[in-house]
Design a protein around this ligand. Structure first.
Ligand code: GDP
Length: 319
C-alpha cells in the first residue's frame, strides 16, 4: 500500500496515540456502509502490525469480581511495563441501552494508568455483530502496541463461546463456595476454560482451597488425553492482589505449552467460515423466490414432499 492511500488514523494509531485508537474503534463500530468500507481498509493496513499480544478472555457470573480482577491483573501488568487493553463482549448492553461491560468506572486505577486502554462493549446489534467488532478492536489495539488484551464477557448466554474463539486462553472466575458454584456453572463453560480462578479467596481461605480442589478434579475429567495443556485451578483475591502474579505465571505457562499461532489460524479459519455462511445466507434470502419458498414449505409441512426434496426443489434450477 502506498503512503498516499494510507488511512489518516493509521500512523497516529501505530504511534500509540489513544485518541487515534479510540476513533479507529468508533469507525469499526459504525454500521454506515461507507464507514464499513473505510474501516476494512484501515484494518487491512494495520493487520501486518497486529498479532503480537497475549489475548486473554475472562468470564464469570455477575458479582464474581470480574472488573475488580481485571483491574488488579491489569494494574499488575501495566506497572510491570506491559501495555494493557481491556475490551468486552456484552450483547445485553444493547438491550439495557448502555454498555456496562468494561465500563471505565468499574476500573478506576486502570482507567488512569498511562499503560492501559479500556473500551466498553460495543452496544447495539447481534452477538455476532458485537463479537466481530471486538475482534476487530483487538487488531487495532495490537497495532497500537498493546501487548496484553483482556477481553471480558458476562457469565450468561453465548458470549463466552465467542470470546473463547477470539482469545488465546480463557479464564473462568468462580467463587469459594464451589459446591453451589459447580452446579451453577454450565458444563459448556467449564469446557471452554483453560484456567479457573477461585476469586475472593480472602473471604474464606478454607472454602477457596476446597473449591480449588473440586475444580481441579472437574477440569481433569474434561481434559482429553494427550492435550498439550491441562486446565488448572488457582485461587486469588482481586481485592488484596494475592494470587494475581500466579495467575499471570499460569498464563505464561499456557503460552509455552500451546502452539498459539496454530490456534489463532484455526480461530481465523472458523471466523471466516462463519462470516461466509452468514453472507451466503443473506445473499440467498435476497435472491430467493419467496412465493416458491412458501409453497414448498407448505408441501413439506403437509407431508407431500420430504424436507430434502423441498430444499432440492428450491435450489435446483427450474427444468
Ligand atoms: P463483576 O460483576 O463480576 O464485575 O464483579 P465486581 O468486580 O463488580 O465485584 C463485585 C463485588 O465483589 C464488589 O463489591 C467487589 O469489591 C467485590 N470483590 C471483588 N473481588 C473481590 C475479592 O477478591 N475479595 C473480596 N472480599 N471482594 C471482592
Amino acid at each position: 500500500m502506498t503512503a498516499a492511500s494510507s488511512h489518516p488514523l493509521a500512523s497516529p494509531l501505530r504511534q500509540g496515540q489513544r485518541r487515534a485508537l479510540a476513533r479507529a474503534i468508533t469507525l469499526i463500530e459504525s454500521t454506515r456502509p461507507d464507514h464499513e468500507a473505510e474501516a476494512q481498509r484501515l484494518l487491512a493496513e494495520l493487520l501486518p502490525h497486529a498479532g503480537k499480544s497475549v489475548r486473554v478472555g475472562l468470564t464469570g457470573v455477575p458479582g464474581v469480581g470480574k472488573s475488580t480482577f481485571i483491574e488488579a491483573l491489569g494494574v499488575f501488568l501495566a506497572d510491570a511495563g506491559h501495555r494493557v487493553a481491556v475490551l468486552a463482549v456484552d450483547p445485553s448492553s444493547a438491550r439495557s441501552g448502555g454498555s456496562i461491560m468494561g465500563d471505565k468506572t468499574r476500573m478506576p486505577r486502570l482507567t488512569v494508568h498511562p499503560n492501559a486502554f479500556i473500551r466498553p462493549s460495543p452496544s447495539g446489534g447481534t452477538l455476532g455483530g458485537v463479537s466481530r467488532r471486538t475482534r476487530e478492536a483487538i487488531t487495532l489495539c495490537e497495532a497500537a502496541g498493546y501487548d496484553v488484551l483482556l477481553v471480558e464477557t458476562v457469565g450468561v448466554g453465548q458470549s463466552e463461546t465467542q470470546v473463547a474463539a477470539m482469545t488465546d486462553l480463557f479464564v473462568l472466575l468462580t467463587l469459594p463456595n464451589a459446591g453451589d458454584e459447580l452446579q451453577g456453572i454450565k458444563r459448556g463453560i467449564m469446557e471452554l476454560a483453560d484456567l479457573c480462578v477461585v476469586n475472593k479467596a480472602d473471604t474464606d481461605k478454607e472454602a477457596a482451597t476446597r473449591a480449588q480442589t473440586e475444580l481441579t478434579a472437574a477440569l481433569k475429567l474434561l481434559t482429553p488425553q494427550g492435550a498439550s495443556w491441562r486446565p488448572r485451578a488457582l485461587q486469588a483475591s482481586a481485592l488484596t492482589g494475592a494470587g494475581i502474579p500466579e495467575v499471570w505465571a499460569a498464563v505464561e505457562a499456557y503460552r509455552q505449552a500451546v502452539d498459539i499461532a496454530a490456534k489463532r489460524r484455526a480461530q481465523t479459519a472458523l471466523w471466516f467460515d462463519d462470516l461466509l455462511r452468514e453472507a451466503a445466507w443473506r445473499a440467498f434470502q435476497s435472491g430467493v423466490d419467496a412465493e416458491k419458498l412458501r409453497a414448498l414449505r407448505a408441501e413439506v409441512l403437509a407431508g407431500t414432499l420430504t424436507p430434502v426434496q423441498g430444499v432440492r426443489a428450491l435450489l435446483s434450477p427450474a427444468p
